[in-house]
Design a protein around this ligand. Structure first.
Ligand code: GLN
Length: 287
């Protein structure tokens, strides 16, 4: 029911936006611009007269010029992204980026790919990535990030009865992580630890349950989902206990596309202000 109300709200919102700024998506550029790798603000400066809606940024962005926002994700990270029973990418991030797409008057196309390929695919295969992606300095060298939208921290998933309790206890252990994630980077720094990198987090948790690993380091909310999925077999422990630092999720975007960044940040803020963001949090995360 909650889902229905949110869907209806989103539909009404998008209809009113379409009426308010009907040609935002309609100003389609020639199809070949979609394959452009370069994304510059110069391209974006070729905007037509587009009536600005409430808080809307009126400039066109090269990434949106074809009326489609190509979004990369890695649907192995519940509750932020996962494949639903219909075989479609679903989850908080997917709902959020669809709501942003509606605000921008563009079609959202989701491409499910390996997490480790997301950053390098931005600007070519995909326009943006939303994947519970933590803002890091290394990633910032390659992409820009939207304003952050969620606070996170790494958790440690332990088999039931494990005596691992402190950062010191992690030394020399067999640790499972998702390839190319902040959990992976943390594990690499742990003295004498052996890291096993997985493309799918659930495979790491399965190996933990099978006794092949001592622990899995992964973000809080997925850790809590796995804890309830593998109830009685694993426990998820707050990373603060292991001195892990706080992290923030944001949408990764092509470097230098300030027009796109403004549009996404404006839409995100509108969704926060109108309560849509919070209803997605209660629908997908805190339920
Ligand atoms: N937040 C972590 C990171 O950005 C993990 C993200 C994920 O696995 N989807 O590296």
């Amino acid at each position: 029911m909650k889902k229905l109300v949110v869907a209806m709200m989103a539909a009404i919102l998008s209809m009113s936006l379409l009426t308010a700024c009907g040609n935002t998506a309609g100003e389609a550029a020639p199809a070949d611009t979609a394959s452009e790798v370069e994304t510059t603000t110069e391209d974006a400066a070729t905007e037509e007269e587009v009536p600005a809606g409430e808080g809307e940024v009126s400039e066109d962005s090269s990434a949106l010029a074809d009326g489609v926002l190509n979004v990369g994700t890695n649907a192995e990270f519940p509750p932020f992204e996962y494949m639903n029973d219909n075989g479609e990418a679903d989850g908080f991030d997917i709902a959020l980026i669809r709501a942003i797409g509606e605000k921008l008057g563009v079609e959202v196309q989701v491409d499910n790919m390996e997490f480790a390929s997301l950053v390098s695919s931005i600007g070519s295969k995909i326009d943006v990535a939303i994947a519970g992606m933590t803002v890091t300095d290394e990633r910032k060298a390659a992409v820009d990030f939207s304003n952050s939208y969620y606070n996170a921290v790494q958790y440690v998933i332990l088999p039931e009865g494990s005596d691992i309790a402190t950062a010191d206890d992690l030394k020399g252990k067999a640790i499972g992580v998702q390839l190319g994630t902040t959990g992976d980077f943390i594990a690499e720094e742990i003295e004498d630890a052996t890291t096993s990198q997985y493309n799918k987090a659930v495979d790491a948790v399965n190996d933990l349950v099978n006794g092949r690993l001592d622990c899995v380091i992964i973000d809080k909310n997925p850790a809590l989902v796995f804890e309830s999925k593998f109830e009685g077999q694993v426990t998820a422990v707050d990373g603060a206990q292991f001195d892990f630092e706080a992290e923030e999720y944001a949408i990764a975007m092509p470097k230098g596309d300030t027009v796109l960044a403004d549009k996404i940040n404006t839409a995100l803020q509108e969704l926060i202000d109108d309560g849509t963001f919070d209803s997605l949090v209660s629908e997908y995360i805190e339920n």
